[in-house]
Ligand binder design. Sequence first.
Ligand code: NAD
Ligand code: IPM
Ligand code: MN
Length: 369
Amino acid sequence: ASNRKVMVLPGDGIGREVMQANMKIIDWLAKYRSLGFDLSEGLVGGAAYDAHGTPLTDETLADSMSADAVLFGAVGGPQYDDLAFELKPERGLLRLRKEMDLYANLRPAIVFPALVDASSLKPDLVSGLDIMILRELCGGSYFAEPRGIDVREDGSKLGYDTNAYSTPEIERIGRVGFDLARKRNGRLTSVEKSNVMHSGVLWREVMIRLHGEEGEGVELSHMYADNCAMQLVRAPKQFDVIVTDNLFGDLLSDCAAMLTGSLGMLPSASLGDIDPDTGIPAAMYEPVHGSAPDIAGKGLANPLAQFMSFSMMLRYSFGQAEEADLLEQAVSDALAVKRTGDIMTPGCEQTGTDGMTAAVIDAMDRLAR
Ligand code: NAD
Ligand code: IPM
Ligand code: MN
């Protein structure tokens, strides 16, 4: 037993497959490093809808909020496409983020040496890449009101979402951005569209003021989101930390994923404020990818984004930097031996989720010896 309470939410599709693989890493840590977790498992997304008629029950939400950290897989699937909006699997994930107030989503895009050739970009553009996309996760067009679909007088409909950000919302994500940049290479790029959006104007204004007040040691620059998308594929190594809103962050991080070779390589940590009693942040760890219906059930999913999300949990929630380093090194070593289909390059041995997991565990065995 331990006091590391973790709520495990595998979700749907390959979420379940990569989570099962993650359990083998957790077992290894218990066996060979005496690192135990107090695990509970729950349903989320389509799985929760199938069992309970809702993508997230109040009980699962309460269990998640009382855990020290949540480990999340992925949700969604075409069989749920026609459900009412509030019942869709994705609502379960969004409700967790919102209710737990996980406003800071850290999405690191790192190119492992072995994967330089797996990227769709030229090797010299991505080799050595290490950038951090910081996505605001509780506001903007995902949550701001008003939103909905109205029927108009002429019988036609109007679907709308609001992209709004308040000063406090921008300040708290901005602060995380300056802190992250300070711990890295000291450069923060704030991304918005202040040329066309009011929320972008305020975003830039607040970032500039915050920089003056508490941005010491950080070089702040500003970029329009469309240019940022272009710069990410033109010269991604110019960035250190990118801080941006909820929707731009969603798009730019999928884009950054391909620099690393695959969406199956990108982990994330969704963090809230630090609890003064425990000293750890409210936290959920979730790979950036989805439930991948096109490959689900075939044992083909790349489990590495899930493993590295777990490694972020070791680091940010439990201060287990040594084990996190070990796991990340093992991932790097395993890539030299075996690859799932999404990151295959000629000359490598192709494998599935189980084979990739076994290769990581073999590497951990070797490293720990
Ligand atoms: P997706 O991320 O599920 O898949 C996009 C493409 O990347 C697919 O071709 C898929 O096979 C591939 N891919 C993704 N992860 C992979 C992995 N680990 N290994 C190998 N290949 C991988 O995105 P989508 O197809 O647009 O969405 C499918 C469902 O997932 C939708 O319901 C969507 O809403 C949901 N989704 C959920 C999350 C989440 O739970 N965090 C994130 C994104 C999408
Ligand atoms: C992500 C996903 C989610 C998002 C969906 C599934 C709600 O795409 O985590 O990137 O849009 O935030
Ligand atoms: Mn996304």
